[in-house]
Ligand binder design. Structure first.
Ligand code: UFG
Length: 340
């Protein structure tokens, strides 16, 4: 019997890789995506990797009536809710669009899992809920949350709060917030990957686009931070490891006998600086990356990386791919895009 999992935002960057990981473990994804922030090319990639067309419903997660029909059609075992806006800078310019889309989408999904008693729910949260760590740069799930810097960050922070209150009202449901660190890389086939719309905000797509000539040069945002080389430090996690964390989370939830709400960090446990990424890219590809040191970017956290112990102990999951793997795969994906 099919084990249907609703994957909202399943045509997006993390969503599409999770669809692949779910299929490998015997789940059937039902993708909901309206492609406002995804590229239909991903469907070609998924077809190539899966060997068949994915199940897809072109729907906005704010469309409650459309979603209700879907919940009537499939007996979902679980929901993974990715669909959301995710650009920090854009969220400052368009706060209402961010709050409407990210919070209304979440509220709609939660109302439906309660109505249809879908037992397992995984939410795309972010390490942004920790803000700038005070003291230790390694954060665990017990590290106190801090108020975010941007409306985007608030949508994740408030999303977790909404889920916490929802949990009290629907205690039989099994709910998990996955707090992602910095997803990078692409599927090893290079058929799916990150698809920045316009100029990339994130570091690795900017690096690969610079190397291939789509961008003139990379600007490293600041080299005067109190870190080992002066540039900011993040925990970069391969997107396939991140995808597999979702499958581990769903499997864990499915095995629980009673309702719960947990938050789990999804990172590698190690930090890498911006300049270390640049150097690793040059070493791996043999290319020289044109870059300049620019001013600090407003709102940047200086240094943060995951304590990844809970993921290992609770979910039996840990990252198995390296930053080198991620760079190789991101570069292969950029080169694949150049052939289209
Ligand atoms: N960076 C550059 N040059 C660039 C792009 C980025 O130097 O052109 C630097 C940034 O200053 C930062 C690092 O690379 O030090 C990583 O930046 P990203 O934009 O790739 O990632 P962030 O850590 O800023 O943001 C990510 C997610 C957000 C999430 C946030 C939580 O993209 O969704 O982590 O901390 F909110």
């Amino acid at each position: 019997m099919n084990k249907f999992i609703l994957v909202t935002g399943g045509a997006g960057y993390i969503g599409s890789h999770t669809v692949v990981a779910l299929e490998q473990q015997g789940f059937t994804s039902v993708i909901v995506d309206d492609f406002r922030n995804a590229n239909p090319i991903v469907l070609e990639g998924l077809r190539h990797i899966l060997g068949h067309d994915p199940i897809l419903h072109r729907l906005d997660v704010c469309d409650q009536a459309g979603l209700t029909e879907l919940f009537e059609q499939y007996a979902f075992e679980g929901v993974i809710h990715f669909a959301a806006y995710k650009a920090v800078g854009e969220s400052v310019d368009k706060p209402l669009a961010y709050y409407r889309n990210n919070l209304l989408g979440l509220i709609n999904i939660l109302a439906l899992i309660a109505q249809f008693q879908v037992p397992n729910f995984v939410f795309s949260s972010s390490c942004t809920v920790y803000g700038e760590p005070v003291g230790a740069k390694e954060v665990s799930e017990l590290t106190p949350k801090q108020l975010p810097e941007s409306p985007y960050g608030y949508t994740k922070w408030m999303g977790e709060q909404i889920i916490a209150d929802f949990h009290k009202s629907s205690p039989a449901l099994k709910l998990m917030n996955l707090r992602y660190f910095n997803p990078v890389g692409a599927h090893q086939s290079a058929r799916i990957g990150e698809f920045p719309i316009g100029k990339p905000n994130n570091l690795l797509p900017f690096v690969t686009q610079t190397a291939i000539g789509k961008q003139a040069q990379l600007t490293v945002f600041g080299n005067d931070y109190p870190t080992r080389d002066g540039s900011c430090i993040r925990d970069y996690i391969h997107v396939m490891d991140l995808a597999e964390a979702h499958v581990a989370a769903l499997s864990f939830l499915a095995n629980q006998k009673s309702g719960l709400l947990e938050a789990v960090n999804i990172g590698t446990g190690a930090g890498t600086s911006v300049l270390e990424i640049v150097n690793a890219f040059e070493r791996i590809t043999g290319l020289t990356l044109p870059y300049v040191i620019g001013p600090r970017r407003a709102g940047d956290v200086i240094e943060i990386y995951a304590n990844a112990t809970k993921g290992k102990e609770m979910l039996g999951w840990k990252a198995r791919l390296s930053i080198e793997d991620a760079i190789k795969d991101a570069w292969a994906w950029e080169n694949h895009l150049a052939t289209l």
